[in-house]
Design a protein around this ligand. Structure first.
Ligand code: SAM
Length: 367
């Protein structure tokens, strides 16, 4: 069961421990540095350009861009978090870069920021930022409306739903599921990379040139710390959203375990979209577990009057139906009894009778 909850006005939730977050962003950035540099070069970021870096974080992308544009160019990093902006300023000062400035601000107001920008802008760029911004359309629309034709608009966004490991052990699948559900709960777009083309076009920008890169590696140097790093940073948010313990992916179950799950269950929910029959619903009814089911394909025919059937899969409606079954003892009892009748309807003895009943008149008619 999942619901979209925005517990904090700041959907960028990697911020509970600042110094830890700073280390995390810098380590993560090192992992992506070579790929980012290559993509920026290929996109045409070059010496002398004046660049705006959106969601500049700890300053890694800003520093990289500053190196590429050189002393005759400049980079302005826009960052909402004052702590991140302060860290980025410190790092830039340590490196002695004097073509970089940072401004605290919300990139959702990019139109205003660009409107008030004194100098030329040759490129707007951002890495892993659009996914976090609820008003990402506004950001891209500002690029379409405020930038001179020919200005480079460059974003690197991820697809965080890909398989993190091959083979993917159950623990990885489970932890990745927590991560994805946390992002969904925060309203972040975990597959922003795949949505860039559509988003650019919807905002009135020309269709972008798309490139896809993945970091594939194995053995002891594989950056498997990456997921742990993310989870550690997101743990308070995960707890707040209840994602880490709300859903348990059992993966493969042995038969006795399956029986134990049925025996322990209070309610069985099926949101399957295609069922030719749906044996698990009948199994649940056999074990006296009331069922809540999306009324797709053969499901209504299978459950008869024994299930709470739903016309859609809206999480809130599902939650309300489950709550009804759990809290209304009369309904629950009636559903369990109806479930047993339904199982009896499918019993071998009953089916034999029905089959014979259908066949006998025809056999008799043919002598
Ligand atoms: C995943 S980090 C990426 C940082 C940097 N671009 C990089 O790749 O190293 C996202 C950054 O965007 C900032 N951010 C999130 N939403 C923002 C917004 N609406 N306006 C400005 N910054 C934002 C966060 O504070 C964080 O520093």
């Amino acid at each position: 069961m999942s619901a979209t909850v925005v517990p904090d006005p700041d959907p960028y939730a990697f911020a509970s421990d600042r110094s830890e977050e700073e280390r995390r962003l810098v380590a993560q950035s090192r992992l992506f540095e070579a790929v980012t540099e290559q993509l920026l070069r290929e996109a045409g970021l070059r010496r002398g350009m004046h660049v705006v870096d959106l969601g500049s974080g700890a300053g890694d992308t800003t520093i990289l861009a500053a190196r590429l544009v050189g002393p005759t160019g400049s980079v302005l990093g826009i960052e909402r978090s004052p702590e991140q902006a302060a860290l980025a300023r410190r790092r830039v000062a340590d490196l002695g870069l004097d073509n970089v400035t940072f401004q605290e601000g919300d990139v959702a107001a990019l139109g205003d920021l660009l409107g008030g920008h004194p100098g030329p802008v040759d490129a707007v760029m951002g890495r892993l930022i659009l996914m976090w911004v609820p008003g990402r359309e506004t950001v891209l629309r500002a690029c379409a409306e405020r930038l001179a034709p020919g200005t480079l608009v460059w974003f690197l966004e991820g697809d965080l739903a890909y398989d993190f490991a091959t083979p993917c052990p159950p623990l990885w699948t489970e932890v990745q599921g927590w991560f994805l559900r946390t992002l969904a709960g925060l309203g972040a777009e975990s597959r922003m990379g795949l949505k860039l083309y559509r988003s650019f076009r919807d905002a009135g920008l020309p269709g972008p040139t798309l490139e896809s890169r993945t970091i594939m590696t194995g053995g002891p140097t594989a950056p498997v710390w990456f997921l742990a790093n993310i989870v550690r940073a997101l743990l308070p948010t995960m707890t707040q959203l209840g994602v880490a313990d709300a859903v348990d992916f059992t993966n493969d179950l042995k038969f006795p375990q399956l029986l134990a799950y049925y025996r322990a269950a209070d309610v069985f929910v099926s949101l399957s979209e295609h069922e030719g029959f749906c044996v698990p619903l009948v199994e649940a009814m056999h074990f006296g577990v009331p069922t809540v089911a999306f009324a797709s394909t053969a499901v209504p025919e299978t459950v008869g009057d024994a299930s709470l059937l739903l016309p859609g899969k809206d999480p809130l409606e599902v939650a309300v139906a489950v709550q009804r079954v759990l809290s209304d003892d009369v309904l629950r009892k009636a559903m369990i009894e109806a479930g047993h009748r339904r199982v009896e309807h499918f019993s071998l003895a009953n089916n034999r009778c029905r089959l014979l009943g259908a066949l006998e008149p025809r056999i008799a008619a043919h002598g």
